[in-house]
Design a binder for this molecule. Structure first.
Ligand SMILES: Cc1cc2nc3c(=O)[nH]c(=O)nc-3n(C[C@H](O)[C@H](O)[C@H](O)COP(=O)(O)OP(=O)(O)OC[C@H]3O[C@@H](n4cnc5c(N)ncnc54)[C@H](O)[C@@H]3O)c2cc1C
Length: 525
């Protein structure tokens, strides 16, 4: 019998074309993929081989130019311009951008390419959520009836669902590996350790034998599940998201400990596949969960379940990296960085040519944030200063319905307004009047925007509803590009689309200043 003690606050979420093709194929060389598309008014065609060759030429020219400038490369006596430790999404994004910029690049990976997102995170979890979303719909008799559909029986093949998630992960993993190989990134296998400034060893954990020098190093070692002290993970009855994604079983009664996006998404998957929300039961189930009052530390309740998913957050994976060799001390395991992702040492000084991106720096533990930070760092290494605006990076939870957000929450915006002396306004709209949502029988949804009426600046947008994770990007682009509401009000949205929810928000905003130019004027050639 396993026993899991959690405080009550921590357990808040417990759940419970044919002719064209033959012409194009004529004269094709083996392995060549031809493609055609409209460029202006003309149909332009090319081939993948040719575009690879052009990219390789561009890389060679950039590399030569960089060496001539003394800016990079083996020309400087380093083995590499850039070595990246960790081939997750952050490392992968940085590596591809670096070779595009002509930097000689190696990436060291101790496990498999793709890291958490591809192998144990975003990718398999979204594959499971795609299945649970459909199951939820099929089981909703009222929803089906209102669409005029009759479903006589529903069921699923657990192994086939698990295979779907696993196959997707391996497909994306091989895409990532192939793209890096094709672009000329050296993929080095082993555990990487920094042994001095601009020096990395890699190989077996604890015994990294091969040493390489690098003008620049990016740490992109990611994170692992955080398990509170006292909880024993056996991988079968008490487990983390790493195990849950394999979907080896669907327990009848499961407790999900943790109400972050991982806990919420898994509660969606498990409930759709037939697990119950926990309720107190006394029939000798294998896992006991003790709820403790977070303030008084007093016992509140004991729950008995078949399994418990511990989704209490993520911890940075920075052990064994050799940070002590360069006077860097982690903060709660995270590697301290400045706004340019440059690592700072124990004395608060920037360590030259050393960067940390992604989950390991803890700024924003999301896949696209890791990639964006990697690209930002490569921009700097290539001589273009770049500071990423983290407030413009959206976050999403892929439950049914989805939740998404970008920028500030209303309390954060009000605090900023008080400190800086400006007004904030809030507008809300629902999905109830949105034709596309109603056609889908998904009118339950809301959207909210916090903005400055004096300037028309968007401070934050929050959406709960159908495809909220896709809808948020119009707002995040506006924040990133500094587009004002006066301009957004003049933009035209296709009908009927969910994007009209955002259009309504923009139009509902009362902005004091006008627009300085016509948004709908054709762009001059
Ligand atoms: C269940 C789940 C669902 C998620 N869903 C989403 C989502 O929908 N959207 C989203 O944006 N984010 C999601 N995330 C978060 C996302 O996976 C992470 O933010 C992202 O993977 C971080 O990327 P990274 O490159 O920093 O690190 P990782 O992807 O963790 O990659 C780090 C890599 O470094 C390697 N490594 C570590 N140390 C060393 C070393 N010393 N030497 C060599 N290699 C090393 C590791 O083996 C790993 O491959 C999810 C996470 C989980 C757990």
């Amino acid at each position: 019998m396993h026993s899991v003690s959690i405080s009550a606050s921590a357990s808040a979420s417990a759940i419970a074309s044919g002719g064209a093709r033959s012409k194009a194929a004529a004269g094709r060389r083996p392995g060549e993929i031809r493609f055609c598309g409209l460029r202006g008014d003309a149909l332009a065609c090319g081939s993948l081989r040719a575009s690879h060759a052009a990219a390789a030429t561009r890389r060679a020219v950039l590399r030569a130019a960089a060496s001539a400038n003394g800016a990079a490369g083996s020309g400087d006596g380093f083995d590499y311009d850039l070595v990246i430790i960790g081939a997750g999404v952050g490392g992968h994004g940085a590596a591809l951008h670096a070779v595009e910029e002509g930097l000689k690049t190696a990436i060291i990976e101790g496990d498999v390419v793709g890291g958490t997102c591809v192998n144990r995170g975003c990718v398999p979890s979204k594959a499971l959520l795609a299945v649970s979303g459909r199951m939820r719909e099929l089981h909703d008799e009222h929803h089906m009836k209102s669409l005029g559909l009759q479903v006589s029986s529903t069921g699923y093949d657990r192994q086939a669902v698990a295979d779907h998630a696993n196959n997707l992960a391996s497909k994306i993993r091989s895409n990532l590996t192939n793209s890096m190989k094709a672009m000329g990134v050296d993929i080095l296998t082993g555990f990487g350790k920094i042994v001095g400034k601009q020096k990395v060893r890699y190989g077996k954990v604890g015994f990294p034998e091969k040493e390489i020098t690098a003008k620049n190093i990016i740490i992109a070692t990611g994170s692992v599940p955080f398990v509170p002290k006292g909880i024993e993970i056996d991988g079968k009855t008490v487990f983390t998201s790493d195990h849950a994604l394999k979907l080896e079983s669907v327990p009848d009664w499961i407790a999900i400990v943790g109400s972050g996006y991982i806990g919420l998404e898994f509660s969606d998957v498990y409930t759709a596949l037939g697990s119950e929300k926990i309720t107190p039961a006394k029939d000798g189930k294998p896992v006991l969960i003790e709820l403790i009052d977070a303030k008084t530390k007093e016992h509140k309740e004991t729950l008995e379940v078949d399994a418990a998913l511990i989704a209490t957050g993520r911890a940075p994976f920075t052990n064994g990296l050799g940070l002590e060799n360069i006077n860097v001390v982690t903060q709660r395991g995270f590697i301290p960085v400045d706004e340019r992702m440059q690592v700072t040492d124990a004395d608060g000084n920037v360590v030259p040519n050393l960067f940390c991106i992604g989950d390991a720096n803890g700024k924003l533990m999301l896949a696209h944030a890791a990639s964006a930070q990697g690209i930002s760092v490569v921009e700097q290494i290539s001589g273009r200063d770049h500071i990423l605006n983290h407030l413009s990076i959206p976050a999403a939870c892929f439950t049914h319905p989805e939740i998404s957000m970008v920028g500030l929450t209303e309390p954060q915006a009000r605090e900023k307004a008080d400190n800086e002396g400006f007004e904030v306004s809030v507008v809300k709209t629902s999905f109830k009047a949105n034709t596309k949502a109603l056609a889908e029988n998904e009118g339950d949804g809301i959207a909210k925007m916090i903005y400055r009426p004096d300037t028309g600046e968007i401070l934050g947008v929050h959406i709960l509803g159908l495809h909220a994770a896709d809808l948020i990007h119009e707002a995040s682009n506006a924040i990133a590009l500094g587009t004002r509401l006066q301009e957004l009000k003049l933009a035209v949205h296709a009908h009927p689309t969910l994007s009209e929810v955002l259009d309504e928000l923009f139009k509902a905003a009362k902005v004091n200043s006008g627009v300085s130019h016509s948004v709908n004027e054709p762009v001059a050639a």
